[in-house]
Structures are given as C-alpha cells and as structure tokens.
Design a protein around this ligand. Structure first.
Ligand SMILES: [Zn+2]
Length: 93
C-alpha cells in the first residue's frame, strides 16, 4: 500500500465538502477533529452528511499537491489559508 508520508496511507479516509469534491472550490481549511481528516473549502456548511463526501486522502492531494504542507497536522489541530499557495495558519481545533 502506498503512503503519503510514513504511516499515512494514500487511501486514508477523509471528508471533503461537496465543493471540494466537485472541484468547484479549492481546499482552504484542513481540520482533524478527533483525528479524522477533513479537507474543506472554508465556507460554512450545514452539519449534514449531504454536504460531505468520503474520499481517500491521497486523491485530495492529487488534486492539490500544495496540501502536502499540512500532512503533519496532529489530531485536534487545524490549518487554514487565504488562498491556494498562501501561508497556512495553524491552531488547535
Ligand atoms: Zn465547501
């Protein structure tokens, strides 16, 4: 099985919003509540499964390789950026 980084599998389950899933908006917000991976566009979304999709984390990276900069996020950490290529701001979530 291929890995993105040591110990982080390509097919690691991650949540994306429907915007990221459709490619209509870039990932500007990555958060790890309870250790899961969420790659979101940064807008507010209803807390409703209809607004999210489950994908392999590697597929998200394939769409935007710049996300590799935040693959070291730990559980309960998050990072956001103003635009693609902009600086990531990290915090606890
Ligand atoms: Zn979205």
């Amino acid at each position: 099985m291929s890995e993105l980084t040591p110990g982080l599998a390509y097919e690691t389950k991650s949540y994306v919003c429907t915007h990221v899933f459709a490619g209509s908006r870039p990932v500007l917000y990555v958060t790890r509540p309870d250790g899961s991976w969420c790659a979101l566009c940064g807008d507010n979304h209803p807390d409703d499964a209809a607004y999210y999709r489950v994908v392999g984390l590697g597929h998200v990276l394939d769409q935007d390789p710049t996300l590799s900069a935040v693959l070291d996020l730990q559980p309960d950490e998050e990072a956001e950026r103003p635009d693609v290529g902009g600086p990531w701001t990290r915090s606890r979530c």
